[in-house]
Design a protein around this ligand. Structure first.
Ligand code: S3P
Length: 417
């Protein structure tokens, strides 16, 4: 796909619905008593994989436009499941299935088969689960449902997927299951399980859960801040840019990009704030001159991990040196996002270098473009580099652009004039 340089960027945008919340709403309601309506659900490829898996496990799921109706089932059917490209589906299902009667296998595409699954296999095995992965603890993983017992687990990495897998296993385990985080990760699982009647409580950096049955809950999914990030960067970097993003989730465990962009001096305002369990707002971003470079590290990383490729693009347009550190987790995403982001932005003319745990960007000269970019099947790289191309002098060509539809089916409308 040829991406042309944008002449201007003044828009009102409804970003794609939140991927993390959609996955959870479908999955958790599939094991709950009753019927739930999920409105403004994301029907990107990843969430479609979750729907397919939950249907194979016996849940009754119907879609009508962006509304998904789920009728859950307590006793799931044994099944072979294909999660496609979705790490969230894979890891959360490991936890959800480990303590339920039946035999299950989980597999996915080549990216899924290369990602670390030991991080869920180990704590779940400590709870008494029988999970067998392939060499090195990778997919495919087979699960023989067993009776589980609670554990107290100190998270070695900041990962909401791992935390969620353990909490979901805790729903069918005897005793109390505690997860201690050193650095907080997104808390959508905790909020939704609580709303569904689970015995779950949070004290400081520890989440605890006890054996619980869930009741169906209707969910209105807000827009995904990770998808909104691309328009936010476009407006902040394009002279004269203004964008209003409608109804975006601003849960503080997801809103790190707003904190960072504000610290850079970006003009960001909220309106129509809704204080639901998952807080949301309309976000307006206006171009502002003289943004300052940023330096971000380990503490804030889980709150903006998926937005790093987009923030790296923004840094190319900010005078001075921006530094991203404490971001080793980027190496085990859909691609090694330190390498893919740095490699592709270099091709676009950026002064950027990879470090062991992040990257350094010497910005201010903008981007030349004129490159052919291969996002290697990684949706966030395709989108961040399309934004880079739209902001560049000469534009660029993106190979296999449809990989963006994993999380943002309407993405390319954003950069069409
Ligand atoms: C997610 C958690 C994060 C994030 C991913 C979605 C979730 O992954 O990168 O896109 O929905 O729980 P990790 O748990 O691996 O950090």
């Amino acid at each position: 796909m040829e991406i042309k340089p944008l002449k201007s960027f003044v828009k009102s945008v409804v970003p794609a619905p939140d991927k993390s919340i959609t996955h959870r709403a479908i999955m958790f309601n599939s094991i709950a008593a009753g019927k739930a309506k999920i409105s403004n659900a994301l029907l990107g490829n990843d969430c479609i994989s979750t729907i397919d898996c939950m249907r194979r496990l016996g849940a009754h799921i119907e879609t009508d436009g962006d509304t998904v109706t789920v009728e859950g089932k307590e006793k799931l059917d044994s099944a072979s499941l294909d999660v496609g490209n979705s790490g969230t589906t894979f890891r959360l299902l490991c936890g959800l299935l480990a303590g339920r009667e039946g035999d299950f296998t989980l597999d996915g595409d080549s990216s899924i088969r290369s990602r670390p699954m030991k991080r869920v296999i180990e704590p779940l095995s400590a709870m008494g689960a029988e999970l067998v992965g392939s060499e090195g603890g990778r997919a495919p993983v087979s699960i023989h449902g067993r009776k589980l017992h609670g554990i107290s687990y100190k998270m070695p990495v900041a990962s909401a997927q791992v935390k969620s897998a353990i909490l979901l296993a805790g729903l069918s385990a005897e005793g109390i299951t505690c997860v201690h985080e050193k650095i907080r990760s997104r808390n959508h699982t905790e909020l939704m399980l609580k709303a569904m009647g689970a015995k779950i409580w949070i004290e400081n950096y520890t989440v605890s859960v006890m054996k619980s049955k869930l009741n169906a809950v209707n969910v209105e999914v807000p827009g995904d801040i990770s998808s909104a990030a691309y328009a936010m960067v476009l407006a902040a970097a394009k002279e004269g840019g203004v964008v209003t993003l409608k109804n975006v989730g601003i849960n503080p465990t997801r809103a790190g990009i707003i904190t960072v962009m504000k610290e850079c001096g970006a003009d960001i305002t909220f309106s129509s704030v809704k204080n639901n369990a998952e807080k949301s707002a309309d976000i307006t971003v206006k171009y502002a001159q003289g943004l300052k470079p940023f330096s971000i590290g380990r503490e804030i990383m889980p709150f903006l991990i998926d937005e790093i490729p987009a923030l790296a693009v923004l840094a190319c347009f900010i005078d001075g040196t921006s530094v991203i550190s404490g971001a080793e987790e980027l190496k085990v995403k859909e691609t090694n996002r330190i390498d893919t982001t740095v490699g592709a932005l270099k091709q676009m003319g950026a002064d950027i270098e990879a470090t062991d745990d992040g990257m350094i960007i010497r910005g201010g000269k903008g981007l030349k473009g004129g490159a052919v970019i291969d996002p290697k099947g990684d949706h966030r790289i395709a989108m961040a580099l399309s934004v880079a191309a739209a902001l560049s002098r000469d534009g660029a060509e993106i190979l296999n652009p449809e990989c963006a539809f994993v999380s943002y089916p309407g993405f390319y409308d954003l950069i069409s004039e």
